[in-house]
Design a protein around this ligand. Structure first.
Ligand code: G3P
Length: 228
């Protein structure tokens, strides 16, 4: 499973440099939060040298989506993967761009049908919104797994990049389903690896070490013992 950060915030992205993310994903809401010119923000994201940046178009007509997608790709070919929402205009734009060999992420996916339509149109990545689907009373994880099965059934080469993943339970379901990628917020990565029993175990190791050694270093001398 590849992990991405759903963020355009440089500090936030750098704060998880301890984890091997495959890249970042953005959308107009995420970019607007940064409150600065889009192109200079993109330049700084590109300078981070992450393998992938999934950046969303803003337009809502096919023609303009295609133009925006090509403009985004030109900023850093091979790194930028345009995200296009699965509206009818978006599906048409994905189809046109895929025919020209461009990799596209289909976003805003709430149903298996939308995901399948995007994959049939040639999208490389499909982004179902897991938590937002849960909020409709359906299961986002089940939908993502059904979509993965449908892609396999029809031999479609698209892979799933699950978005709007908010809970460890959702993550567990996505892992069990073999979902290929997820995009999350920085705090979530901390939640993924944090466990109080891990902290307790590490603390126990340290305390036990210090009963015998004078320092917490592997080359520390053994403590001198008093007369027995
Ligand atoms: O990448 C899609 C994502 O930004 C939607 O997630 O957190 O707004 O539900 P969220």
């Amino acid at each position: 499973m590849d992990f991405y950060l759903d963020s355009a915030n440089l500090d936030e992205i750098c704060s998880v440099s301890w984890f091997p993310i495959r890249g970042v994903t953005t959308n107009p809401t995420i970019v607007a939060k940064e409150n600065r010119p889009f192109l200079s923000l993109m330049e700084e994201l590109i300078d981070l040298k992450l393998p992938q940046i999934h950046a969303q178009v803003l337009a809502d007509t096919t023609e303009e989506m295609v133009e925006e997608a090509k403009m985004l790709i030109r900023l850093s070919p091979g790194t930028i993967i345009p995200k296009i929402p699965v509206t009818p205009a978006g599906i048409h734009a994905i189809w046109r761009l895929a025919q020209d060999g461009y990799k596209i992420t289909a976003t805003g996916v709430f149903t298996v049908g939308q995901g399948l339509a995007a994959a049939k149109s040639g999208a490389q990545y499909i982004a179902p919104y897991i938590n937002r689907i849960d909020q409709t009373g359906q299961s986002g994880v089940s939908m993502a797994c059904e979509l993965k099965a449908a892609l396999e059934t029809y031999n479609l080469p698209a892979t799933i990049l699950a978005a709007s993943v908010k809970t460890l339970y959702q993550l567990k379901g996505l892992i069990e389903g073999g979902i290929q990628g997820i995009t999350v917020q920085a705090d979530f990565l901390n939640q993924v690896v944090y466990h109080p029993l891990t902290e307790q175990a590490v603390e126990g190791f340290t305390q036990d070490w210090l009963k015998t050694f004078a320092l917490r270093t592997l080359d520390a001398p053994v403590k001198s013992r008093g007369k027995e």
